[in-house]
Design a protein. Structure first.
Length: 174
């Protein structure tokens, strides 16, 4: 994975943008695959409904079924592994680092002194896989940082760490 060529260094002591050290949960592979499978199942159901309700078989339908099968297979095989390779996070005493995405990747850094709120959420599928999403709101126009999917226990440890670290930082998070 290539390192970014830009830096957020504004002066001495300011954290630099770099590759975060921690991976998300290994269970993210199944979570992402399930989400993709549900999407492709919906696409297939729409095609079946068209097949059952159309007068005669639409000429393009066999091709759309074949394209759906090829795309779904490729998506289910590639996307979870690729995202797992990209998604990373790290918290130091100075900053929170994140890297997310798979087609469009995003690298983010937030100084601890700029953190405003830290939230944990778990949608039904995350609960099924024992995962959680940590959202860190900052004093930034770029919006919150998201670290997910994490093991539920890791998410709790992260929140505890940020709760201990944030008050020790000088600044008003604005």
């Amino acid at each position: 994975m290539p390192e970014p060529t830009t830096s957020t260094t504004a002066g001495p002591g300011t954290p630099r943008l770099r590759a975060p050290a921690n991976r998300v949960s290994r269970r993210a592979l199944g979570y992402w695959a399930l989400g993709a499978a549900m999407f492709w199942a919906l696409v297939t159901i729409v095609q079946v409904v068209i097949l059952l309700t159309a007068d005669g078989t639409p000429a393009a339908l066999p091709y759309t079924f074949a394209a759906t099968a090829v795309l779904a297979t490729a998506h289910l095989l590639v996307m979870p592994r690729w995202r797992y390779a990209v998604h990373r996070w790290e918290v130091t005493e100075d900053a929170v680092f994140t890297r997310t995405g798979w087609v469009r990747q995003q690298w983010r850094i937030a100084p601890i002194s700029r953190l405003q709120t830290v939230d944990v959420s778990r949608d039904p599928f995350q609960q099924l896989f024992g995962l959680a999403k940590v959202t860190i709101t900052t004093a930034s126009a770029a919006g919150p940082l998201h670290i997910h999917p994490l093991d539920r226990e890791v998410a709790q440890e992260l929140i505890d760490q940020l709760a201990r670290t944030t008050p020790a930082q000088l600044g008003d998070a604005t």
